[in-house]
Design a protein around this ligand. Structure first.
Ligand code: TPP
Ligand code: MG
Length: 303
């Protein structure tokens, strides 16, 4: 009850109900390090609504508002409007949603906030399925994955929705990917999102789920690092929807990522080759945009 916050201990309490190795717990630790205590989190229905604690319990030392599944972005917009009316310009308002609450049911509300360019940070911690309700596939679930709604030979035959491209199309001031296995890059991007005021910022966080992916909990960070080293989850930033910066270059084939996870173990060489092809194609598209950005910047300097 209004106890002064001792930030020396960080902004998370030492224990919560998350699964061992939960990537979202690692993500929130990194994120709050950058965001600081003047943060309001809006969390829709998802694992993290449970992990962050039902009132009056809490796992975090910042204010949390739980929203319905579909509307974390617009609720964050409303909190921002309320704070503005109180003259509080310092507090950062952050929607913290899963992939279901971002790619699927939350997409209209997120698109609305982004189109209005509301002054919020929207974070998708992406564990690539509806984990809280028992590992059902979402539109973020990658090609080849087995989930409880894509079991056995019915493994998912369509690809992952490209949420970064969708957000870039809204021409918001800042969008970035971040990975729990790269804490310095992660914290830098959250600090940048915090400081880029006056518009919508979006961060797509790679967030391992040992429980849903069939990997040992001790491998949560190792798998996350492999996602970026194989270019399955490249780290990059997009300013104003058009200016791209690539932060990493992978050095391993996708097989090194797929073969160590239960959810992909059934994939044969042909399916793995197709995934490699798509990963290479998507990375090439990002690189084309990076090159176009560099040309544009050089041109505008010389003009
Ligand atoms: C309108 C509505 N439909 C369904 C649910 C049930 N539900 C709660 S959490 C959840 C899955 C959330 O998935 P995601 O957003 O990916 O977060 P995760 O649990 O994976 O962290 C579902 C289907 C709900 N709360 N509200
Ligand atoms: Mg999810």
């Amino acid at each position: 009850m209004n106890e002064p916050i001792n930030t020396d201990r960080g902004l998370t309490y030492p224990g919560n109900v998350g699964c061992p190795g939960c990537g979202a717990n690692i993500a929130i630790n990194h994120a709050l390090r950058a965001l600081g205590e003047k943060t309001v989190l809006v969390i829709p229905a998802c694992c993290y609504a449970i992990v962050s604690g039902p009132y009056p319990q809490t796992a975090l030392r910042v204010s949390i508002l739980h929203s319905a599944f579909a509307c974390s972005a617009v609720m964050a917009s409303g909190v921002r409007a309320g704070l503005d009316m109180q003259g509080d310009t310092e507090t950062t308002v952050v929607a913290w949603a899963g992939d279901g609450g971002t790619f699927d049911i939350g997409l209209q509300s997120l698109s609305g906030a982004a189109e209005r360019n509301d002054d919020i940070v929207f974070v998708c911690y992406d564990n690539e399925a509806y984990m809280n309700t028992g590992v059902q596939r979402s539109s973020s679930t990658p090609y080849g994955t087995r989930t409880t709604t894509t079991p056995g030979a019915g493994w998912k035959k369509t690809g992952k929705k490209n949420i970064m491209e969708i957000m870039a199309a809204h021409r918001i001031p800042y969008a970035a990917t971040a990975n729990i296995a790269y804490p310095d890059d992660f914290v830098r991007k959250f600090a940048r999102a915090r400081d880029t005021r006056g518009g919508t910022r979006f961060i797509h966080v790679y967030s391992s789920c040992p429980t849903g992916w069939g990997v040992p909990s001790s491998h949560a960070v190792k798998i996350a690092r492999l996602a970026t080293r194989t270019d399955v989850f490249p780290l990059y930033e997009i300013e104003h929807g058009t200016d791209y910066t690539l932060n990493t270059e992978g050095d391993l084939p996708v097989g090194d990522y797929l073969s160590v996870q239960g959810r992909f173990r059934h994939l044969d060489d042909k399916a793995q080759a197709l995934i490699q092809h798509e990963v290479d194609r998507d990375l090439a598209l990002i690189k084309e945009r990076v090159a176009a950005t560099q040309v544009r910047r050089a041109f505008s300097k010389s003009a």
